[in-house]
Design a protein around this ligand. Structure first.
Ligand SMILES: Cc1cc2nc3c(=O)[nH]c(=O)nc-3n(C[C@H](O)[C@H](O)[C@H](O)COP(=O)(O)OP(=O)(O)OC[C@H]3O[C@@H](n4cnc5c(N)ncnc54)[C@H](O)[C@@H]3O)c2cc1C
Length: 273
C-alpha cells in the first residue's frame, strides 16, 4: 500500500509536464515524474519516497516514439525495454536490455528511467555509451541535447528522448552479463562491446559505482602489439575508479569475471591479434 495522498497528472505535451513540476514547487509541493512505476511504487510502498504530485510522462507522444528519422533512431523515454528488444531496430540495445529483470517487469520498465535509475547498474547505458548516443532533457531551458556520456539532470529536469546515429545501429556487437546466482539478477559484471572503424569500444556496469566507458581502457584492448592476455590484464589495471565489493562479489572476484568476459568478447569480435 502507498500510505500518502497525491495528485495524479497526465500531461499531453512536454511543456505541460515541466510547467506542472515548477508550479508544484512554487506551492511548496513535491512533484515526481513517473514512467513504468516499478521503481517509484517499490520505494513508495516502503515509505522511502513521498510525493504530492505525480506527473505521468506516459501520456506524452514524444516520450513514446520509437522510429527512424533521416539519420538517427529516436527512442522515447517511456518506451519499455521489451518494446526496444521486440522492435529489433537497434539489436545491441535490444540484447543488453533483455538481460535486465524478468520479462513481466520489462513490460513496465522504461529506458528513460533505467539510464537515470536510483540503482547503480543502469545497464541500458552500456548499449548507448558505445554508439555516441545523445539524450534530450526537458527543463527550465526547454529542450536540450546532451551527449550520453555527460548526462546529468538538474532538479526538475527529465529525459524525453534518446537518439542513436543511424550509422551506429548495426555495428558488430557482443553483450555479456554475469550474475551471482540465477539468470535474472543484478550484474556482478555486465559488458557491452562493438567494433567501429576496426577499433573495439567497451562499456561496463556492476564493476564500479556507475557504469562507464573509458578511452584508456579501450586503447589497451586495441593494442595489437600486446597479447590478448596482456591486454586484458593491463586494461583491468587501468580502471581508475574503485571496484565494488559487496554481497554479490569481492573486488578480486569482479576482476576475475571481468577478465573472463573480456576474453570471450575479444574472441567473438575477432579483435586484431
Ligand atoms: C525486478 C527488477 C529487476 C531489476 N533488475 C535490474 C538489472 O538487472 N539491471 C538494471 O540496470 N536495472 C535493473 N532494475 C532497475 C530498473 O531498470 C529501474 O528501476 C527501472 O528502469 C525503473 O523504470 P520505471 O520506468 O519503472 O521507473 P519509475 O518508477 O516510473 O520512475 C522512477 C523514478 O525515476 C524518475 N523519473 C521518471 N521518469 C523520468 C524521466 N523521464 N527522466 C528522468 N527521471 C525520471 C522519477 O524520480 C521516478 O521516481 C530492475 C528493476 C526491477 C523492478
Amino acid at each position: 500500500m502507498i500510505a500518502f495522498d497525491f495528485e495524479y497528472y497526465q500531461p499531453l505535451i512536454l511543456k505541460d509536464a515541466d510547467e506542472k513540476y515548477r508550479q508544484a514547487r512554487l506551492l511548496g509541493e513535491k512533484a515526481v515524474y513517473f514512467n513504468g512505476g516499478t521503481e517509484f511504487i517499490t520505494f513508495a510502498r516502503k515509505g522511502q519516497v513521498e510525493a504530492d504530485v505525480i506527473i505521468d510522462l506516459k501520456t506524452i507522444p514524444d516520450c513514446h516514439r520509437l522510429a527512424l528519422n533521416e539519420d538517427e533512431l529516436v527512442i522515447g523515454a517511456a518506451v519499455t525495454l521489451n518494446e526496444i528488444t521486440e522492435s529489433d531496430l537497434f539489436p545491441l540495445l535490444g540484447d543488453v536490455v533483455k538481460k535486465i529483470a524478468d520479462h513481466t517487469s520489462r513490460n513496465k520498465i522504461t529506458i528513460g528511467v533505467n539510464i537515470n535509475s536510483r540503482l547503480m547498474y543502469k545497464e541500458a547505458l552500456l548499449g548507448l555509451f558505445v554508439v555516441d548516443a545523445e539524450v534530450e532533457v526537458i527543463g527550465e531551458n526547454g529542450r536540450e541535447r546532451q551527449a550520453i556520456s555527460k548526462l546529468k539532470l538538474k532538479e526538475g529536469e527529465f529525459i524525453s528522448q534518446i537518439f542513436i546515429p543511424y550509422k551506429n545501429l548495426q555495428l558488430p556487437f557482443v553483450s555479456l552479463k554475469r550474475t551471482k546466482l540465477s539468470k535474472v539478477g543484478y550484474p556482478v559484471v555486465s559488458i557491452a562491446a562493438v567494433v567501429k572503424d576496426d577499433e573495439i569500444r567497451v562499456a561496463f556496469s556492476g564493476l564500479t559505482a556507475q557504469p562507464f566507458r573509458c578511452i584508456k581502457v579501450e586503447e589497451i584492448l586495441n593494442d595489437a602489439t600486446l597479447s590478448i592476455e596482456s591486454r586484458i590484464e593491463k586494461a583491468i589495471d587501468k580502471i581508475s575508479m574503485p571496484i565494488i565489493k559487496d554481497l554479490n562479489g569481492s573486488e578480486d572476484y569482479r576482476k576475475f569475471v571481468t577478465a573472463q568476459l573480456l576474453w570471450e568478447i575479444l574472441q567473438k569480435l575477432e579483435v586484431k591479434k
